[in-house]
Design a protein around this ligand. Sequence first.
Ligand SMILES: Cc1cc2nc3c(=O)[nH]c(=O)nc-3n(C[C@H](O)[C@H](O)[C@H](O)COP(=O)(O)OP(=O)(O)OC[C@H]3O[C@@H](n4cnc5c(N)ncnc54)[C@H](O)[C@@H]3O)c2cc1C
Length: 304
Amino acid sequence: MHDVIIIGAGPAGLSTAFWCDELGLDALVLEQSEEIGGQLHRVYNPINNYLGLKARNGEELLGRFTADVDNADFDLWTQTSISSVDLKAKRVALASGEDLQSIALVIATGVRARKLGVPGEKEFAGKGMIESATRDRELFAGQDVCVVGGGDAAVENALLLSNDCPTVTLVHRGKKLRARPEFTQQLQTVHGITVFTESVVTRIMGEDQVEAVEIKRKQGLKPFQVAVRGVLIRIGVEPNTELFREQLETDAGGYVVVNSQQETNVPMVFAIGDVSNPVGPTISGATGAGATAAKVIASRLNAK
Ligand SMILES: Cc1cc2nc3c(=O)[nH]c(=O)nc-3n(C[C@H](O)[C@H](O)[C@H](O)COP(=O)(O)OP(=O)(O)OC[C@H]3O[C@@H](n4cnc5c(N)ncnc54)[C@H](O)[C@@H]3O)c2cc1C
């Protein structure tokens, strides 16, 4: 029996565990991946917006987190697959057959990149699918590429790629790009970016490597192909809530609904970080929410 079981070891989950130690609570963190850190592994850009701390990228910031985490006293199990969770009973069943029990549960499962779900997307992973413009731009220098999406991340990545790639085809299904004006205004001045709005990529094609994308315009009759060697998809994220969705209140997008104390509608079940923050997900928001949850749990347990 643990005081707290935390599901997910991204910034939010790690912060809760760190604070649990600070407050004298016995915490266990369950992480499905081999490594802790969550999305920090995908942040290749410099992090300049974490108050008081700068890092060249997510890995560097994670290194700072890990230094503190290593000195804290809590249990952390990586590569742990959860088969089911009973939120009311605070019971977690692992795929290994083990059953765990706690007084409080903290959901810190974050979000994952949304997939396009078209033929070729999975098949060309590592064979022309671009993970990040910051990381991969040198690899794709001199090649024509396609970016799918219309938000900040898509347009920012298209702009970055246009520095090294002769042409960038930006495909967005909406009527207007959703990105901030600071990004869309730059599109007017940059050469080599062609924007297709009200259009979707229906197929990623090639032999061993990406060679083309098939695009279907809303108004167009026939799909057409554009020759590219790389495809980057930035069409948003979705919350990792499948394990719990039936047992607690979520919004229309599947994000867990919480109050200002990070409480869900199930007593002693909390949700923190991106999984409960559809509007303004940040590292500082995630670590802050983790601290709040730990403090609220400590006050509840001390009051008993
Ligand atoms: C490219 C990129 C750039 C970014 N740049 C910035 C920036 O400059 N500044 C900023 O503040 N934020 C930035 N962010 C956002 C920031 O990374 C997130 O807000 C933050 O990581 C959220 O932390 P989290 O712990 O809530 O979730 P995550 O980081 O998503 O971590 C969730 C963890 O839960 C684990 N998990 C999921 N499901 C289960 C399960 N069933 N069982 C066990 N474990 C599970 C996952 O494996 C993961 O380790 C960026 C994100 C990206 C992708």
